[in-house]
Design a protein around this ligand. Structure first.
Ligand SMILES: O=P(O)(O)OC[C@H]1O[C@H](OP(=O)(O)OP(=O)(O)O)[C@H](O)[C@@H]1O
Ligand code: HPA
Ligand SMILES: [Mg+2]
Length: 183
């Protein structure tokens, strides 16, 4: 669904479908070069990262494996609780693996900083992060992200996997949610 089809709920389209496609292609070329000759495991963080994972994985040329984790720190609201829960764990043993975590957004950074520590403790050879969006002004902890799509303002965004109360994930673009929707 196109963000322009929704009236009233969105104030501005921040990143368009075309910009996302171009950026993921650019990141994919860097990832291919960096992991040349190595087996790469992409770990997608459900549910927000579903679209990034699907598009990035198909853009990558060599064979990659994919696995998924579900963690949640937001519930149905617009602010991180800071408490990260594993709702679904990986099926894959990470010992000796090159792992690339695929995320939709780094907001406070709490989810990824926790996840990075968790995956690193499982004996992986390397663990890096690819995130489509980051809000630099919202950071509560520093997270080193090797492959970043876009820095965005500190406003609540939806679309391309990102939700508010499970809505808007199927928008093709990333847009700012109008405050009247959640206040
Ligand atoms: O940097 P942070 O402040 O921790 O926020 C980022 C995380 O929050 C969102 O997930 P959420 O917990 O809402 O689950 P969802 O992906 O199922 O929407 C988003 O998909 C990231 O995983
Ligand atoms: O801006 C956001 N939108 C949707 N989900 C989120 N999870 C963290 N930040 C956001
Ligand atoms: Mg969410």
């Amino acid at each position: 669904m196109d963000a322009r089809e929704i009236d009233g709920d969105l104030t501005e389209v921040l990143v368009t479908e075309d910009q996302i496609r171009e950026k993921l292609a650019e990141l994919a070329r860097r990832i291919e070069a960096d992991y040349e000759g190595r087996d790469l495991l992409l770990v997608g963080v459900l549910k927000g990262a579903v679209m990034v994972m699907a598009d990035l994985a198909r853009e990558l040329r060599p064979h990659v494996s994919m696995d998924w984790m579900a963690v949640s720190s937001y519930g149905a609201g617009t602010h991180s609780s800071g408490v990260v829960r594993i709702l679904k764990d990986l099926d894959t043993d990470l010992t000796g693996r090159h792992v690339l975590i695929v995320e939709d957004i780094i907001d406070s950074g709490l989810t990824l900083s926790w996840l990075l520590g968790n995956l690193e403790s499982r004996g992986a050879e390397s663990v890096e992060i690819c995130a489509l969006l980051r809000k630099p002004d919202a950071a509560k902890v520093d997270v080193t992200v090797k492959y970043l799509g876009f820095d965005i303002p500190n406003q609540f965004v939806v679309g391309y996997g990102l939700d508010y109360a499970e809505r808007y994930r199927n928008l093709r673009d990333v847009a700012i949610l109008a405050p009247h929707v959640y206040s």
